[in-house]
Design a protein around this ligand. Structure first.
Ligand code: AHR
Length: 513
């Protein structure tokens, strides 16, 4: 048995929970759009071709904002190809994913889907092959009420009201040599500055995300962010972060501690952005948009083609790409990623799990067939539902374990929120121990806890193991179940015993003491 003691104090808060932390990502890649969110002719499709089964799961998951249309795809995309009469739209070669893009789905279809799903739109512009002119015309098309060429074209195409898109990505992963239109930090920083300036001249209310490093292992990591922000600090509001993790060569302990690396990554970028702020004597702080994060088995190669296999294949429409199947371990790790994002919610105010459906996704769907929840669906759905109010600082002591990649880590990893209006504290907590249960005690200073009102746990299912997962034929193998025995002790602390390798949520009714 391992143990951990967590302490929160009513007066020690990080800040309000940013709703945009529960974002997702829809890219024109593989089967995320086609046969994912959009499949005319599917038994559940509505008159516009949106799959209702996927819409229902998106709403159940509590997704707040969706980034679109890429990803690597956007760096060669012409947004104009996706507007106007569908039968007149061009078929194009998408070089990013070696795919034929039919353009049956475009900006209007995304706006309609986002409205149905109840999510905010987050739009990426192409700064790979295009530039300032495209950027400002797209903002005019999407956001200007009318009376100009681009806004009137939107109205002619069926959208009387502007889409009102607030958050815009200034390109995608342009530090990466694989990116169409890859740039140096100086080239990109200047372009982002000028594109951002022109976009805000059209609509000053928009918020702009500059491209940060594609991952923390890029040779230009750190210097890239510094240079880009040195050019574009005044024009942009966010810098982006991307990170994907997987279990390498059976090193499960490092994989379980991946959120340590996410913490480190976030804190490094905050430090870099603040260094530029200090140098410029700037008043505003740059926020972080962690707009791609997830587990991605880049080496495993199952569930459809991996990117390195794609270019050898025939040109196809919506091929099956990187459809990773997630297990219990992945769900626990994803839970800890959400903890990390929440703990940094004063600076990370947008985050998008990549991606929403089929492509490294919490939701899976089959063409003409069902849609179902992967294991990683659950921590996201519960945190989106219950993380409201204020993020609390958590002081934590307890057992630790050594990892090869990320130093030592606490066995128990947690995040806590307090919602004064609802009178509840919610503990989100993972036991990263593979073999032992963990005894957790949460001390609530400045509160009187009356009862645990809800306690659920995701762990290894009976008869299964840590590799158990949900599949088309067995959709509910891994999920949340009641956590027995969680309660408030005589001293007013919350106590729970977490099974080995588990992620849990414990809601507690409280009053301020
Ligand atoms: O999400 C899959 C891909 O990963 C995205 O297109 C790209 O931005 C990242 O490298």
């Amino acid at each position: 048995m391992t143990s951990a003691r967590l302490v929160i104090d009513r007066d020690f808060t990080v800040g309000p929970v940013p709703r945009r932390l529960f974002g997702s990502f829809v890219e024109h890649m593989g089967r995320c759009v086609y046969t994912g969110i959009y499949e005319p002719g599917h038994p559940t499709a509505d008159e516009r071709g949106y799959r209702r089964d996927v819409l229902d799961l998106t709403r159940e998951m509590g997704v707040s904002i969706v980034r679109y249309p890429g990803g690597n795809f956007v760096s060669g995309y012409h947004w104009e190809d996706g507007i106007g009469p569908a039968d007149q739209r061009p078929r194009r070669m998408d070089g990013a994913w070696h795919t034929i893009e039919t353009n049956a789905f475009g900006l209007h279809e995304f706006a309609g889907w986002a409205q149905e799903a109840g999510v905010e739109m987050m739009e990426a512009i192409n700064l790979g092959t295009r530039g300032v002119e495209e950027a400002r015309s797209l903002v005019e098309y999407a956001n200007h009420p009318g009376g100009t060429a681009w806004s009137d074209l939107r109205i002619k195409n069926g959208a009387k009201d502007p889409f009102g898109i607030k958050v815009w990505n200034l390109g995608n992963e342009l530090d990466g040599p694989w990116q169409i239109g890859h740039k140096t930090a100086d080239e990109y920083g200047r372009l982002a500055q000028e594109a951002g300036k022109a976009m805000k001249l059209v609509d000053p209310s928009i918020e702009l995300v500059a491209v940060g490093s594609s991952n923390a292992h890029m040779p230009t990591f750190g210097q890239w962010e510094h240079t880009v922000l040195s050019h574009a600090y005044d024009e942009v509001d966010y810098i982006s972060l991307h990170a994907y993790y997987q279990e390498h060569d059976g090193d499960t302990l490092s994989f379980l501690a991946s959120a340590n690396d996410m913490d480190y990554f976030i804190e490094s970028i905050i430090a870099t952005a603040d260094a530029v702020k200090a140098k410029r004597h700037a008043k505003k702080s740059i926020h972080l948009s962690f707009d791609e994060w997830n587990v991605w088995y880049q080496q495993r190669g199952d569930g459809g083609d991996q990117p390195h296999m794609v270019e050898k294949a025939e040109w196809r429409e919506h091929p099956r790409l990187i459809e990773d199947e997630y297990n219990v371990t992945d769900a626990v790790v994803v839970g800890t990623f959400l903890h990390s994002l929440l703990r940094h919610g004063d600076r990370v105010t947008i985050a998008n799990q990549a991606q929403l459906v089929n492509v490294i996704a919490p939701i899976r769907s089959e063409e003409g067939g069902p849609a179902w929840r992967q294991s990683i669906f659950w921590p996201f759905a519960r945190m989106s539902e219950l993380a409201t109010g204020q993020i609390m600082r958590v002081a934590s002591t307890g057992d630790r374990f050594e990892t090869r990649q990320y130093g030592d880590a606490t066995v128990v990893d947690a995040a806590v929120t307090y919602d004064a209006e609802r009178g509840r504290v919610v503990l989100f907590v993972a036991n990263r121990g593979l073999d032992e249960a963990a005894d957790v005690a949460l001390d609530l200073r400045g509160f009187t806890a009356s009862a645990v009102t809800r306690a659920e746990v995701l762990t290894v299912p009976e008869g299964g193991d840590r590799h158990s997962s949900n599949t088309e034929g067995a959709q509910d193998v891994v999920g949340l179940a009641p956590l027995a025995g969680a309660g408030v002790d005589d001293a007013g602390a919350v106590r729970a015993s977490l099974p080995p390798l588990s992620w849990a949520v414990i809601e507690v009714a409280v009053a301020e003491a």
